[in-house]
Design a protein around this ligand. Structure first.
Ligand SMILES: Cc1cc2nc3c(=O)[nH]c(=O)nc-3n(C[C@H](O)[C@H](O)[C@H](O)COP(=O)(O)O)c2cc1C
Length: 202
């Protein structure tokens, strides 16, 4: 069984989502003998934003030499995603949504004919057999019924993205209120780590 572990926080060792995503992977590794884990840090090796030249290359137009490495990197992340049974993602909230590094990854993974397709019934997800677990960290609170709920475009966005490719039951572990104060941060991290430790085995 293959697990793909991604991180997208720019805060390195100070990151909450990295700490929680690592705990999720450790829990699944301990519970699943022989689990094959691949790791990608989307901030250390960022993918470029998509351009018209990327799309043209996808249609068979020869790419300019300066784009070839990035196109190969995009193909590698798609292959890595397609090969994974489980995907664990560290996803901090930056300006109400995901980091742009994670968006650049999504732009390479949502590919017609690979992870979804259009047919007579509309869109059909092709990746529905995968298990996706997301470690979210947010500075504030965005729960249903709070004034900020309407500004939540991290979890709601990822639910939609993964549902679009067929994963209708992505799992989320959240550490919220990280910027409210040290006590709150400690409590939120402890809660998220506890939830990670209680995840069902792979
Ligand atoms: C550039 C930046 C933008 C942020 N934007 C938001 C935001 O819109 N809403 C929020 O609740 N917290 C925001 N925060 C706080 C982070 O979500 C919080 O610190 C979280 O722990 C970040 O995850 P990380 O520790 O894994 O990097 C922001 C932090 C940074 C660095």
């Amino acid at each position: 069984m293959k697990l793909l572990h991604l991180d997208s926080s720019v805060l390195g060792p100070h990151s909450v989502s990295r700490q929680v995503s690592a705990a999720i992977v450790e829990r699944l590794r301990a519970a699943t003998p022989g689990l094959d884990v691949a790791y990608r840090d989307l901030t250390l090796t960022p993918l470029a934003h998509l351009t018209g030249f990327h799309l043209a290359a996808g249609q068979g137009v020869p790419a300019e030499p300066n784009l070839r490495d990035d196109i190969a990197a995009g193909q590698a992340v798609l292959d890595e995603f397609l090969a994974a049974d489980i995907v664990v993602i560290g996803a901090p909230m930056y300006n109400f949504t995901i980091p742009s590094q994670l968006k650049a990854w999504i732009d390479r993974v949502l590919v017609a004919g690979k992870t979804f397709k259009y047919g007579s019934e509309g869109v059909q997800g092709l990746a529905g057999h995968k298990r996706i677990i997301v470690a979210i960290s947010r500075g504030g609170f965005y729960g249903a019924g709070t004034p900020a709920a309407v500004g939540e475009h991290l979890e709601t966005y990822l639910r939609w993205v993964f549902g679009f490719i067929g994963v209708t039951d992505p799992e989320f572990i959240s550490a919220d209120g990280i910027q409210i104060g040290p006590e709150h941060r400690e409590k939120a991290v402890a809660g998220a780590l506890k939830a990670a430790g209680s995840l069902r085995a792979a």
